[in-house]
Design a protein around this ligand. Structure first.
Ligand code: ADP
Ligand code: MG
Length: 1079
């Protein structure tokens, strides 16, 4: 962020009107507008701050801003209310000068906001600590309380202060706040009973009704509905942007912080409620017999409730509303009140009640915020008084308000001029008189003790006889007619006789801020501000501590027959006190301006602003300030700001600042009449000169910037170049080093190579020589050895030839045999008898041995193999062996049987229940059981039969039923015939003459022919009592059927017969079996 050192930096328009060139009303307004449009709402006229109401919140009141303006000189930063507050606070703290901040402007121009801003700024910058913070908090929190009771919505301002406020904040020597005193001026109490159209009563009424709890309202006998109360205007009961309910809580909270007790708050609310109730009391006329008009209360309920609230006896108050007692010279006279008078009395009571309550609040707050310490303290006063008011209908209130503003303007003029003058004297500059409008005449017209308007009014009010507003106006017409600021239709001055804008019941005053037309109606009454004594006495009788306090004059013991001072008199007196108070202090002005009448942001109504600027006398202010010299500045900051304009002062001036400035001004050839040297400041006559200096400074700054840039750039480039140069050297040296290193390494390497080659060559040469030498030595040894060998051999040859040959032969043979056996041992084939391999023989002379060894090994291996057999297995092999003896090379069927195991029992007869009978018939062990075909002689076809073989018999049985067909003892069997071919036909031939032979031989065919016949043969050969069974293998044999012998002939079947064996009967004596050719 750019750091500001002067108001003149980055100005929008001019920040100080004094610098306006040319100074005209148009340029003045244009400057204000330009700044307003750029959100610059503050502008200075010297040390006066003009403030335009932005009607929206601007981000210029943040804690950062407070810090920015803290302890900075007034002209150092752009115009701000904080700059003024800071200046005032510092001059109070550091120079021990009491300060007052005078805030003026129309209603709604932002005075109250400004006063709050000043207070919050001071609170932010002054000391901290628990005690100090409590004081600050109480001072700040007095605002919401007073605003609730003293502010109202008007057409100008939604939060218009309806009272004048002056607050003295007291500080100790360190600048820490100690406490404060608030003075209030003329509360606009008529508002309590009647409000102009579009306006509201005081905020507190609405806040109470919308914000209080149901319980509280019940206690106060109130209802939430605004429309229930006559005193509350309804047309703008709620205001947008105002949250009455929330504000009520804020107010209660603020009251607590300020130090109100709970019962005090309750009493205050009771009074507020009582005022509302009072407004609802209505009267009706009642005629009396004596012809006097009388009034009666219409509905006594509200009266009753009000009396209950305030603890007043109902009858006392009722009487006070019906009679008026006048005491004169120890005599009491009572008169009845008619309806109008009753209403007047009611409203007077309400207004008094409220305004006294308000004054009590101020007193009560003062009690809380009063400075505790008795030490001498410094004071900062903040005056926020109602602004100048011009309404359509202006009455006594406006008259008083405008009078106050006249007085303030007066003091402004006086103090500004005086200050200006004092500065000139202080600085030793010659003072020239300036023309400006002094409103002292208008103040005179109003407050002059002999013929001032207020004096006239008091005189009228005190005069015996009938006094009306009209008689008052007449009096004014006669006495003030000649005054140049007074206008009236009925004055003798013919000037206004035909002025129809000036009605007969009005008078007009040319205030410094404009002409205002006042209607005299109500002037007398309001000035009298009478409250019938009966009412104040009734109030005093109330059983309510606060009410009693508010009406001390009702105390019958202290009856004071003297009239109370009039309102006008009181105001004049308090304004007088205020003025003399202000005059003792160092003034600081904030002049608030309203940019438009619509309470709208961004709108700048030129005519409206122009009007305000005019009556606030701002142009005069500028002129006064510029009279003689427009601009002044202390020597130090001046020299600091412009020293670059002259070679002698730049960059450092050694001597005193004043001399420096003098050198500067002469050097710049500024005409001597354009400036004067004060004691601590230089005074510049024309803004032109200042701008000339500023312009030069700007140029110079640019040149300086260029210079700085130039030097900086030069420096930067130079350092860059130097750096480059340095780097280049470094790089070069490094590179050279590297190159040399490389070169050196190459040479070193080459040297090594050359060296190694020579060394190698030398070594090889040496090696060759050594080898040659060694060979020579070896040759000698070898030759010697050979020679010795030859010698020795020649010596021994004769022994060697006689014996060695045989021995060597035997030895060699032995070695060879040894080698052969060992080799065979390691190469023996496996132990499987069917393994046909055998190692090759190494020498042919070993042929016989080799074959023999193979045979022996095989036999041995077979024996080993056999020795592993069990008995059963042995029997099986024996059987197989027998089969081989019987059929090998005899029957073509044999080879296919070798692989088949001889199972014997293929049928498991004994386990089959079907053949139970059969198995019981055969009592011996069954050695073979199978199904065979019994060949029928008649057709050659076979029919299946069970074939069983035991040790003694051959049994044939029916296959299906197991019925025994034939049982042939083996002893009856003569021989068995079968063919040499692959068929399974065989014939069992019986011994002729045996018992079985009767039935004839059996021609059978079986799948297990080889096994069957082998078994038959084996059984018969084992039986000792029998001769061996004959097995005939023939391709043609005879079979003895019962009677005949039939020849069975086996022929090689032709291929068309297929692969099966078929048996056909050729004739009675021949059965031809065709067997497929064995492949
Ligand atoms: N500095 C400000 N910034 C923002 N709004 C402002 C400022 N000054 C005044 N206002 C607005 O203008 C309204 C009227 O201001 P106020 O101080 O009550 O006027 P006055 O006291 O002069 O009658 C305020 O309620 C607020 O909305
Ligand atoms: Mg205000």
């Amino acid at each position: 962020m750019e750091v500001k050192t002067s108001l003149l930096d980055n100005m929008i328009g001019v920040g100080d009107m004094v610098l306006l060139e040319p100074l005209t009303e148009d340029s003045f307004l244009e400057n204000l507008k330009k700044r307003f449009d750029h959100n610059e709402i503050y502008t200075y006229i010297g040390s006066v701050v003009i403030s335009l109401n932005p009607y929206r919140s601007l981000p210029i009141y943040t804690p950062d801003k407070v810090e920015e303006y803290r302890n900075r000189n007034f002209y150092e930063l752009s115009p701000h209310i904080y700059a003024l507050a800071d200046e005032a606070y510092r001059s109070l703290r550091d120079q021990d000068k009491d300060q007052c901040i005078l805030i003026t402007g129309e209603s709604g121009a932002g005075k109250t906001e400004a006063s709050k801003l000043v207070m919050s700024y001071v609170a932010a910058v002054c000391g901290k600590g628990q005690e100090v913070n409590k004081v600050k908090e109480q001072l700040l929190q007095s605002n919401p309380v007073l605003e609730a009771f003293g502010n109202a919505k008007t057409v100008r301002n939604d939060n218009s202060s309806r009272f004048g406020k002056y607050m003295d904040i007291e500080f100790d020597f360190k600048g820490d706040p100690l406490g404060g005193v608030i003075s209030n001026y003329l509360l606009e109490k008529s508002r309590v009973v009647k409000q102009p159209r579009g306006e509201r009563n005081f905020h507190i009424f609405y806040q109470l009704l919308s914000g209080a709890s149901d319980d509280t309202l019940k206690k106060l006998k109130l209802e939430r509905d605004f429309s229930k109360y006559n005193y509350l205007s309804l047309d703008s009961a709620t205001v947008s942007g105002l949250d009455d309910a929330a504000n009520f809580r804020t107010v209660r909270n603020a009251m607590q912080i300020v130090g109100f007790m709970e019962d005090e708050m309750q009493s205050v609310l009771e009074l507020v409620a009582a005022v509302l109730k009072l407004g609802n009391i209505e009267f009706k006329p009642e005629s009396r017999c004596n012809g006097m008009d009388e009034s009666r209360i219409k509905d006594k309920n509200d009266l009753k409730e009000m009396c209950e609230l305030l603890g007043i006896e109902q009858s006392v108050l009722e009487r006070a509303f019906s009679y008026r007692t006048v005491e004169a010279k120890m005599e009491k006279v009572s008169t009845t009140l008619n309806v109008a008078q009753a209403y007047y009395a009611r409203d007077a009571l309400a207004k008094n009640l409220y305004s006294r309550l308000f004054s009590w609040l101020v007193t009560r707050i003062n009690e809380s915020i009063k400075a505790q310490a008795k030490t001498r303290h410094k004071v900062m006063g903040v005056l926020d008084i109602y602004g100048f008011e011009i309404f359509e209908d202006n009455s006594f209130e406006q008259f008083i308000i405008n009078y106050c503003n006249e007085k303030l303007q007066q003091i402004f003029i006086e103090l500004t001029l005086r200050e200006e003058q004092e500065e000139y004297i202080r600085e030793g500059i010659e003072w020239t008189n300036i023309e400006y409008f002094n409103n002292a005449v208008i103040c005179g017209l109003i407050e002059n003790n002999q013929n001032g308007i207020l004096a006239m009014l008091d005189e009228e009010c005190l005069r015996p006889g009938t006094v009306t507003d009209e008689t008052f106006l007449d009096k004014l017409n006669t006495i003030c007619a000649d005054h140049q600021h007074f206008e009236s239709r009925l004055s003798k001055n013919s000037k206004f006789l035909n002025d129809h804008s000036l009605p007969h019941n009005c008078f007009r005053i040319q205030h410094y801020a404009g002409k205002v037309l006042y209607r005299v109606e109500g002037f007398v009454d309001k000035n009298n501000d009478l409250l019938y004594r009966d009412l104040s006495q009734a109030m005093y009788k109330a059983n309510h501590s606060l009410i009693k306090q508010l009406f001390p004059e009702g105390n019958p013991v202290k009856v004071n027959l003297k009239r109370p001072p009039t309102a006008g008199f009181q105001i004049k007196a308090s304004v007088g006190t205020l003025m003399s108070n202000l005059q003792t202090k160092n003034p600081n002005y904030i002049r608030c301006i309203k940019p438009n009448d619509k309470k709208a942001s961004h709108i700048f109504n030129e005519s409206l602003v122009c009007h305000q600027a005019r009556y606030l006398g701002l142009m005069e202010n500028v002129r006064v300030r510029r009279a003689g010299y427009a601009f002044r500045q202390a020597y130090e900051p001046c020299l600091e700001r412009y020293k670059m304009l002259c070679k002698n002062t730049w960059p450092h001036w050694k001597g005193p600042a004043r001399q420096g400035v003098e050198v500067l001004m002469t050097n710049l050839q500024v005409p001597a009449e354009e400036y004067s040297y004060g004691r601590s400041k230089i005074f510049i006559r024309n803004p032109r000169t200042l701008f000339f200096l500023e312009e030069k400074r700007k140029q110079c700054l640019e040149d300086l910037a260029t210079l700085i840039q130039k030097i900086y750039r030069g420096w930067k480039c130079r350092s860059h170049f130097l750096l480059l140069k340095k780097s280049q050297i470094v790089v070069a040296s490094w590179y050279r080093r590297y190159a040399q290193q490389k070169k050196y390494q190459k040479i070193k390497h080459s040297t090594t190579v050359v060296q190694s080659y020579t060394r190698g060559w030398q070594a090889r040469k040496l090696l060759r020589e050594l080898k040659y030498q060694k060979k020579c030595e070896e040759a000698v040894t070898t030759i010697a050895a050979f020679w010795h060998g030859t010698q020795v051999r020649r010596e021994y040859r004769k022994f060697f030839r006689a014996n060695a040959g045989k021995k060597i032969y035997n030895f060699t043979i032995q070695r060879i045999m040894q080698k052969y056996f060992l080799g065979l041992k390691s190469k023996l084939p496996s132990m499987s008898p069917i393994d046909k391999t055998w190692p090759a023989r190494p020498y042919s002379f070993l042929d016989g041995v080799h074959a023999e060894l193979r045979r022996i090994f095989h036999l041995w291996r077979c024996k080993k193999y056999r020795s592993q057999f069990t008995e059963e297995k042995k029997a099986v092999y024996e059987e197989k062996l027998e089969a081989s003896e019987l059929f090998k090379d005899k029957k073509a069927l044999y080879p296919s049987s070798v692989r088949q195991p001889f199972k014997g029992d293929y049928l498991e007869i004994s386990k089959n229940p079907k053949y139970q009978k059969l198995s019981s018939a055969v009592d011996e062990k069954i050695l073979l059981a199978d199904v065979v075909n019994k060949i029928n002689r008649a057709n050659g076809k076979g029919s299946p039969r069970l074939f069983l073989l035991t040790k003694k018999n051959v049994v044939l049985a029916d296959q299906k039923t197991g019925q025994l067909k034939a049982n042939v003892p083996l002893t009856d069997l003569a021989s068995v015939s079968t063919s040499s071919q692959t068929d399974g036909f065989f014939a069992l031939k019986l011994k002729e003459g045996s018992a079985s032979a009767i039935k004839g031989d059996f021609l059978l065919s079986s799948d297990h022919l080889i096994e069957m016949i082998t078994k038959l043969h084996r059984i018969s050969s084992m039986a000792a009592d029998r001769e061996k069974l004959n097995i005939d293998i023939l391709d043609e044999f005879l079979v003895q059927f019962k009677q005949d012998k039939v020849c069975v002939k086996f022929i090689q079947g032709s291929p068309k017969n297929g692969n099966s064996v078929s048996c056909k009967r050729k004739n009675n004596r021949l059965l031809e079996v065709s067997v497929p050719a064995s492949s």
